[in-house]
Ligand binder design. Sequence first.
Ligand code: HEC
Length: 352
Amino acid sequence: MNTDFTTLLRACRSFLILTLLAIGFATICAAPAKAKDAGLVWGEDYFPNYELKAHTGETLNFFDDVIKDKVVAINFIFTSCKDVCPMETARMVSVYQILGDRVGSDVYFYSITIDPENDSVDVLRDYAQRFGVNGANWKFLTGDKEEIDIIRDKFGLFGDPEEEKDLSNHNINLMLGNQSTGQWVRRSPFENPYILANQLGTWLHGFKQVSALSNRNYESAPQLRQISDGEMMFRDRCSSCHVINGGLGPGRNARPLGPDLYGVTERRDGAWLRRWLAEPDKMIESGDPIAVALSSAWEVVMPNFRLDSGEIDSLIHYMESESERLRQRYASATSESGPRQPDHSEHHHGKH
Ligand code: HEC
């Protein structure tokens, strides 16, 4: 692994700021077009065929290899991003996991860097690894800066050129599209991952595989019960990276991006936990030993969400009550051995 890059990334962790609430929501940017008209409106003449390099080392042409005849999710990122990119990528990972095997067989994911001068193939490969992204199904792409700007512009995702000089102003939308039918929509990557996955998997395919996806959805849907503010907030902002499970409930198979939060309110001191939720970046920066140990055990960063104390109360209450709910529900099954501790060994590589 490239050590300089790792150092740089880790330095950037401390600047992580997230302002989720400011996000404007999805707008349709193209009226659905009939398949036979697609070539005219959104075909070869509209999209350039520039050469891009994938983190896997391949060279791909934008129109022919990336989008032609495919259903795709495309977002624009940069790896030194101080704000929303890690959260965005984590949310894409959730959508990717929900779609499961279908990614790559009929749905393709692409993350294109808007900072190609710094995001070389090697840097992108390292970034993809952090998020556990498999290169066959999801490609991180770099290329010529001007050409990438033109691609963004084609999607209506390029803002005012002056503002764009500061990369953190970049447009955080996600494009979902079906090139052959000419259907493209712009979505916020912070939307519910099931809705995004549904849109990719079913709407874009004309409901061809609706049953396969809705079964999966149904299975993973939470049970009906009163949903608190804390739980809502947890689902929106935390669930792309965290589960509350403790080896008790039916877990997600995919590699988690952050620690299992089962029983976290017991294993951490209350004041420590409150401070962590309020300013994880500053805690790591100031050398808090637990924060530093956690940060070296995990590949991605815990964003600073700028939570206020009411939000922190709701989240702590939810983490506590959800752990308790699981404990009671599975009490009989685990009375002999006690809850399994989550196994961290498999994501312990890299960062030391
Ligand atoms: C982008 C992924 C990501 C998101 C989103 C995220 N976290 Fe984290 N979280 C992490 C990682 C990674 C760690 C481990 C510390 C580190 O490396 O920064 C962590 C650590 C924690 C810890 C400490 C765990 C322990 O064992 O002490 C708590 C508590 C926590 N997160 C709560 C939350 C809550 C609540 C939210 C939503 C408001 C949230 N996280 C959102 C990635 C994330």
